[in-house]
Design a protein around this ligand. Sequence first.
Ligand code: ACO
Length: 315
Amino acid sequence: ETEEFLAAFQARIDAEEKIEPKDAMPEGYRRTLVRQIGQHAHSEIVGMLPEGNWITRAPSLKRKAVLLAKVQDEAGHGLYLYCAAETLGVTRDEMTEELLAGKAKYSSIFNYPTLTWADIGAIGWLVDGAAIMNQIPLCRCSFGPYARAMIRICKEESFHQRQGFEIMLTLCRGTEAQRAMAQDALDRWWWPSLMMFGPHDADSPHTEQSMTWKIKRFTNDELRQKFIDATVPQAEYLGLTVPDPELRWDETLNEGRGGYRHGSIDWDEFWRVVEGEGPMARDRIAARKKAWDDGAWVREAALAHAAKRAARNVA
Ligand code: ACO
């Protein structure tokens, strides 16, 4: 890749042109997107598991219908994202094989168990809330297919966040036991939600280059700070306590607009989970492997059917 080529590519990025699949692009740009979009797609699909765990036990028909719809949305998000990654020359089968072999990452957050119904509220409120914070800027990502896929995904994610907050609100307005269940869920999901944004900027190997290529529009720490500032008042509205004794308002943050300072994140826990030692990591991959193996006959039948039709069309 000549310097001239790299400079011309960067000039397109700087001019806010969208890069499309057939355009010439640096190999590093392509690899970064395959990595990030692939990881993102896997996260959507693996993310169906912790919530799917509660579909049969949702407390009412209405809650069940909402949760079913939400989990199906996540499947759709995974499919758009696999398609976006496929435009870069990698196949969905290859990406799936990497996931099942433990080579491709997916979001750390989905390695935690959903112990109570309040966890479904906390996931919608916090996990989908964090996802939106990270994903709205991806609608302006320099790679066209990824940016376009994110628009619909973000609309659906905002419904997910609302439904989660509404579950939390209902619990917090309920009995003492329900309120305690909501607090317990916040206690367990708060720190893992902050970890979703990835390591601090100083420890994030990819951020600088991804910002230059306008794949990322904000750094991990910037997005984490936005999330905390948006979410702490919501916890207050619910009457819940954020499990961080060091959390405090600091009016000097965010260029004088104010923001919350927070306690330190347990990065040892984060890296353990990322490396596949999360409490539910083995179950998650085993569930994906079983689904892949159980679905083999469907893929084979669909291919055989397509081949038969193609042969008939030729005849
Ligand atoms: N869970 C698992 N791995 C993570 C996480 C996380 N929460 N955060 C960072 N990592 C990994 C990165 O993938 C990278 O690994 P790699 O080099 O082996 O590929 C490594 O840690 C270093 O991190 P960064 O340099 O900060 O990586 P990057 O610039 O890709 O930033 C981020 C990470 C913010 C997650 C980015 O990839 C991103 O915005 N992805 C799209 C959004 C997404 O995937 N969301 C999934 C959860 S939301 C949902 O599905 C509902």
